[in-house]
Design a protein around this ligand. Structure first.
Ligand code: CA
Length: 514
């Protein structure tokens, strides 16, 4: 669930001084090599039994596609039983949505993914349940132990209090009122109740024992942040962090290497930073806005300053790399290609920036094809396009297309076209495998007075590389004679060259210098 994100709000930071003279930062504390993750909406992915709804066997069937793309892990949006199409209101945390398959199907998916070196994390939606969850049904009886698992209004409660998004927080049920921060269908769980906390730790352990490699935590800040008035309340933040630390300790008992990434929809790195302590990462929402803005405007703008600021803020808190989970857009936002008004060159530059950042970049399914989609939400989550024709076997048909993308926006068409966006994504992801500094290096923005160039240096123990993007449609030339970089190691276009200390960048191109 997403809320409380002023999409255009960006940190207005002064640009770094030219000359790339920012201080060198320490290497990230992460030990395992980081990879690219891929977000899948199972309902829209691939259908193996002909009912038009994507299923877990469909995820298994397409693991080879993901492997050829080069992804190291997948995030499955909610797979638990739920009355809604999206699944963000769960009725049984220990079961599989029967529309998606069975537990045996899921176990097979885990085995097949792991065989291919692909990790699997699942969405954990535990800020709230469905109002049809048996716990909530039982909770209506004040004598039932589950009553305390939810929040009920008392005699002095302000029933008109605004929830985090400014809507009504309290919902009537007979003579009682319960808290539902997202909607009346999603009653909030009360994490002051020890039995609930115990239950949720047990739940996390259950899925880790099953073999999942971690979790994406939905609405991670809303565990205690329920009311608009608490947006910047330090006590609320402290309680959130205490809960997620307790949860993390529980996970550690089963698998200390589990990867846990949180959805914290905040506009600045300073607000995201505290969550890096209990969690491995949080999605970098402010960076996503800036990456798309830079691609669209063909100007780096605040990108360098934003990267430096985030890195500093996160290191101060957690001693680890500041761009651990960058992304461009997810299931709650207009698709990147739509935000970029269908401009294919801007799309490539957005992808190139994302995939040359250190950490675990996340790709939203269909992004690699340039699928479009604009709000409302269901239109952001349309069927993955496997074939040129949308009614070919395997295509999901639960929803019709609103974006009216042509047959070229399909895996079938783009696999056969060496110049496709799909091949571009695969190329960029494979660059990361070839050059470890690209994925795990410490980042240091590299300042230039050319506004069309976005550049950063990545340093690990063995290597120093310079990532340079020409965001513009014109060739650009950069003087590098005082820099230690002597050769172009990787480039997106053959007409990008480094000669006599001068780098000539083709329009809309990326080069990695060593
Ligand atoms: Ca199906």
């Amino acid at each position: 669930m997403i809320r409380h994100l002023a999409a255009a709000a960006l940190l207005a930071l002064a640009a770094a001084a030219p000359g790339g003279s920012a201080p060198v930062l320490a290497a990230p504390a992460t030990s395992a090599p980081s990879g690219v993750w891929y977000e899948i909406f199972v309902r829209s992915w691939y259908d193996t039994d002909g009912d038009g709804i994507g299923d877990l066997n469909g995820v298994t069937a397409k693991l080879d596609y993901l492997q050829s793309l080069g992804v190291s892990g997948i995030w499955l949006m909610p797979i638990n039983p739920s009355p809604s199409y999206h699944g963000y209101d769960v009725t049984d945390y220990y079961a599989i949505n029967p529309q998606y398959g069975t537990m045996a199907d899921f176990e097979r998916l885990l085995r097949e993914a792991h065989k291919r070196g692909i990790k699997v994390i699942i969405d954990l939606v535990i800020n709230h349940t469905s109002d049809r969850h048996p716990w909530f049904v039982a909770a209506r009886d004040p004598a039932d132990p589950h009553h305390d698992w939810y929040s009920w209004a008392g005699p002095h409660t302000d029933l008109h209090a605004e929830d985090a998004a400014g809507a009504q927080a309290w919902h009537a049920l007979g003579k009682a009122y319960y808290l539902g921060d997202f909607s009346s269908n999603m009653p909030d769980l009360d994490y002051d109740t020890p039995a609930l906390r115990k239950e949720m730790v047990k739940l996390g352990q259950y899925w880790l024992k099953k073999g999942v490699d971690g979790f994406r935590l939905d609405a991670a800040q809303h565990i205690y942040y329920d009311f608009k008035a608490d947006a910047d309340n330090p006590l609320i933040l402290k309680k959130n962090l205490a809960w997620w630390s307790e949860f993390r300790r529980g996970l550690d008992q089963v698998n200390p290497a589990a990867y846990v990434v949180g959805e914290v929809t905040r506009d600045s790195a300073d607000e995201l930073a505290p969550y890096f302590k209990p969690l491995d990462a949080v999605f970098d929402f402010p960076l996503a806005v800036q990456l798309i803005d830079s691609a669209k405007s063909e100007r780096a703008g605040n990108l360098g300053a934003l990267l430096a600021h985030a890195d500093t803020a996160y290191r101060k808190v957690a001693g680890k790399s500041g761009v651990d989970a960058p992304f461009l857009s997810n299931h709650d936002q207009d698709r990147v290609m739509s935000q970029l008004d269908g401009n294919p060159q801007h799309m490539r530059m957005a992808a190139a920036m994302l995939l040359t950042l250190p950490g675990h970049p996340f790709v939203y399914y269909g992004e690699e094809l340039g699928m479009r989609g604009s709000k409302p939400d269901p239109d952001l989550r349309e069927p993955m396009r496997w074939n040129r024709v949308p009614d070919a076997p395997g295509e999901t048909t639960w929803k019709s297309f609103t974006a009216h993308d042509g047959p070229q926006v399909s895996v079938q068409a783009q696999q056969g076209d060496a110049d496709s966006l799909l091949h571009y994504y695969a190329m960029l992801i494979h660059w990361r495998r070839e050059l470890p500094a690209l994925r795990d290096g410490a980042i240091r923005p590299w300042a230039t007075d050319n506004p069309h160039i976005a550049a950063w240096q990545l340093d690990d123990a063995n290597d120093h590389v310079l990532v340079v993007h020409n965001l513009s449609g014109q060739a650009q030339s950069l003087a590098l004679d005082e820099q230690p970089f002597r050769s172009v190691r990787l480039r997106s276009r053959p007409d990008t060259r480094l000669r006599h200390g001068r780098l000539s960048m083709a329009p809309y191109s990326t080069a990695i210098l060593q």
